[in-house]
Design a protein around this ligand. Structure first.
Ligand SMILES: [Ca+2]
Ligand SMILES: [Ca+2]
Length: 223
């Protein structure tokens, strides 16, 4: 009868089909890691640019986070409250090494003078917290114009506050943030984790920024 195939032809057809199916499956498997890596690379590139944009053109919340928040948040939990006053008490009459931020008047000893200064500066900002970091200068609010005091605040606090800065930037990725002043080459910010563990992808975003009467290059490396 026309249209019928023999048993041998049937077996040959099935064998050819299975061979091609296995071939395509293994080819797909070999491409899969590359595709997955590319997807992750794109996500990291996109996030790196967004972080740089947020840092450069956002004021932060509150806009004066660099002043009261960094100076008053002695225990570095991102909120100003009684725990910060307790940090001074815990190191009463001890050297500043006990709690470097608690030595408000920078005379090397933590005592009544620091407590008085903390109350005067921070008492009116009880329960305030930092919600977001941004380097934009609130006095001008211009694109790519950074505040020098905010630059210094991130630069000096990153030494012992990288995890806080990471939390306030709102990323689960690790990063190195560098601001190089041009043409002097002086590093105004050098912020990175104490232990760098790379994850196979390393994206670098470079942006030209202005601050004060200078300009510089903000380099954000994300992995
Ligand atoms: Ca605190
Ligand atoms: Ca002191």
């Amino acid at each position: 009868m026309k249209g019928q195939i023999s048993f041998v032809e049937y077996i040959v057809s099935i064998t050819i089909f299975i061979t091609f199916a296995v071939f395509f499956f293994y080819n797909l498997l070999s491409f899969m890691p590359t595709y997955l890596n590319e997807i992750r690379n794109e996500r990291v590139r996109s996030e790196a640019y967004q972080i740089s944009e947020l840092l450069i053109n956002d004021l932060g919340e509150p806009v004066n986070w660099h002043f009261f928040e960094w100076d008053c948040d002695l225990n570095r939990d991102l909120i100003i409250n009684v725990e910060d006053a307790n940090a001074i008490s815990a190191c009463w009459d001890q050297p500043a090494t006990c709690c470097p931020k608690c030595d408000m008047n920078r005379d090397g000893v933590i005592n009544l003078f620091d407590a008085v200064k903390w109350v005067g500066l921070c008492g009116g900002h009880f329960e305030e917290s930092i919600n977001r970091l941004g380097l934009s200068d609130e006095n001008f609010n211009k694109t790519n114009l950074l505040s020098e005091v905010k630059i210094d605040a991130i630069g000096s606090n990153c030494v012992y506050g990288y995890e806080n800065i990471k939390k306030l930037i709102g990323t689960d990725l690790d990063f190195t943030l560098i601001l190089i002043e041009r043409p002097s080459g002086q590093a105004r910010i050098l912020c990175s984790p104490t232990q760098i563990v790379t994850r196979g992808i390393n994206v670098t975003v470079k942006r030209i920024v202005a601050f004060g009467s200078s300009y510089g290059e903000l380099i954000l490396q994300v992995w």
